[in-house]
Design a protein around this ligand. Structure first.
Ligand SMILES: [Zn+2]
Length: 533
């Protein structure tokens, strides 16, 4: 049997404890056949074999993102990115809009998101007059980074029938300047006055194709969709049947009506679908539940009040309320993933798992606590006993760690996303970004896990640092464990899938400060190149 592809002369970062060192990998029909030295690997060479000379570069397993919202991200990609990282001044924002007008038919909406007056060079809000200058004939809406404020242009107001005579809506505000003119700023529910068309299925598809390109560029070959509902499942299956799905999807089906999504617990149970249903590309994981908010919004259910505040966040359910729904899923052989960030939410989630454990041994089921930001020592012990996985949003340390430090204080940061402690307790903790909540590039998550440093350079703590190897493991081996596929993905060994990435530098040898800047040079899915720098 001859190979389709042979990678030679590389540093193979196998992530396989049985064979740490190798220089070559042989691939046939999308599956790894051999891992070892270059010379024996070349015995697999036939006349149609492609030999890839790695020239000393690192070849490693494709990343597995354990918690993202791919369809939400897909929608964002259809809109103009106005974050300061991509448009530092109002002038830059306007340039992007002008460009968009050139490829958009007149009267069709142009949408953007992510601007922040405190970060824009001009240090002021964008106005409708700014937008009118570059887009007189297209309605424009740009959402501020918080989502609570938006700016629209005159065309958008005209098409939505918003005039000076429009009365202020309940729960919202149309902003006026001192001379009594509308500035274009719409606050809170005033944004609903705009007659924006809803996105349709084709938009979703278009956005997801763009999202897939980003995943491939970041070296991500598998994603866990943490809010899978009907349209997500439909989309993945359509892309697969069109031979157009380039990322493995691991859907966690949204369980209960919450957060604007329709819950599917009853339908899933009544169809008899169990965890593991599907194929190599799309494999159902289980049911997703939700218990509290976020640290950034000060809504995560913490034990002690937020800094300079007397609030302790919001807990959506008590144990008595949530446990029966979780038990239903578990008894139906559906694994459970539950969002719990603060100590009070983690406590409820563990209690609910303990309730289920009384009726069915769940210690080998690999149920997950999502984010799991602030577990206590007692929580960690009980999590270990129940075999629970901490699907840790370690990516937050780099991207939004500054807001964590501000809201939680430095002392608590020593316990936030505690990867060193997870390892000490033997708790498997795959990493994630919660994309689009934070940036999806796994190297930034790995950087944060190793250096415990934020985007502004603040150190969050110096007790939870892990090694680069351990951090890469969180995005490969540990994430594969969380979908019960540790022999199939996230590892380079014979009979695993050939989901591989080539990295220019060895992540175990570069200065740890450079980890966030590492780039993926090429990504392979099932042995086929899907991205090349
Ligand atoms: Zn999420």
């Amino acid at each position: 049997m001859k190979a389709d592809t042979i990678f030679v002369n590389g540093h193979i970062m196998t992530m396989d404890m049985d064979l740490l060192d190798a220089s070559a990998v042989v691939v046939r029909e999308g599956v790894i056949q051999y891992v070892g030295d270059t010379e024996p690997a070349l015995n697999w060479k036939g006349k149609n074999t492609e030999v890839v000379d790695l020239e000393g570069k690192t070849l490693m397993p494709g990343f597995i993102e354990s918690h993202v919202h791919p369809v939400d991200y897909a929608i964002k990609l259809l809109e103009i990115d106005c974050r300061a990282t991509s448009a530092p001044s109002i002038e830059d924002v306007l340039k992007k809009i002008k460009e968009q007008t050139q490829s958009t038919p007149e009267n069709e909406w142009i949408r953007g998101w992510g601007w922040d007056d405190s970060k824009l060079k001009e240090k002021r809000k964008i106005t409708r007059w700014d937008l009118d200058k570059v887009s007189p004939n297209h309605p424009v809406i740009l959402k501020r980074t918080c989502g609570h404020v938006a700016v629209a242009n005159s065309k958008a107001f005209e098409m939505s029938g918003i005039t000076k005579d429009t009365s202020q809506p309940k729960g919202g505000n149309i902003e006026y300047d001192q001379s009594g003119e509308m500035t274009g700023i719409l606050e809170e529910l005033a944004q609903d006055l705009l007659s924006l068309p809803e996105y349709d299925y084709n938009d979703l598809k278009k956005g997801f194709e763009l999202a897939q390109k980003d995943f491939a560029k970041w070296g991500i070959t598998t994603v866990h969709d943490m809010s899978a509902v009907q349209e997500n499942m439909q989309l993945y299956q359509d892309l697969l049947s069109d031979d157009n799905l380039t990322v493995r999807v691991r859907p966690w089906i949204w369980a209960l009506n919450q957060n604007g999504w329709k819950g599917h617990l009853n339908q899933t149970l009544s169809l008899g679908i169990k965890s593991g249903f599907g194929n190599d590309m799309i494999r159902i994981q289980g049911m997703k539940y939700m218990l509290d908010g976020s640290v950034g919004g000060r809504t995560a259910a913490v034990d002690q009040p937020y800094e300079d505040d007397n609030h302790k966040g919001i807990l959506y359910f008590s144990t008595d309320e949530i446990a029966p729904y979780m038990k239903q899923a578990i008894l139906g052989d559906l694994r459970v993933a539950i969002h719990a960030i603060g100590e009070r939410a983690i406590e409820v989630s563990i209690q609910a798992f303990e309730e289920a454990h009384k009726e069915a041994n769940i210690s080998n089921m690999r149920n997950r606590i999502e984010h799991c930001a602030l577990p206590t020592e007692d929580h960690l012990k009980r999590m270990k006993e129940l075999g629970l996985i901490a699907a840790s949003s370690i990516g937050f340390i780099y991207h939004i760690g500054d807001s964590y430090i501000k809201n939680l204080g430095t002392e608590r940061m020593k316990r936030v996303y505690p990867h060193r402690t997870f390892i000490d307790y033997g708790i498997v903790a795959p990493g994630n970004s919660d994309l689009p909540v934070t940036g999806g590039n796994p190297w930034t998550g790995i950087y944060g896990a190793v250096n415990r440093k934020t985007i502004s350079g603040q150190v969050s703590d110096s007790v939870q640092n892990i090694s680069a190897y351990e951090a890469v493991k969180a995005y490969t081996v540990d994430a594969a464990y969380s979908s019960c596929e540790e022999n199939i993905i996230g590892v380079i060994k014979a009979s695993a899938k050939a989901d591989l990435i080539i990295v220019s530098e060895n992540p175990l040898e570069v200065d740890t400060e450079k980890l966030k800047d590492l780039e993926v040079e090429e990504t392979f899915m099932n042995g086929k190149s899907i991205y090349k720098k």
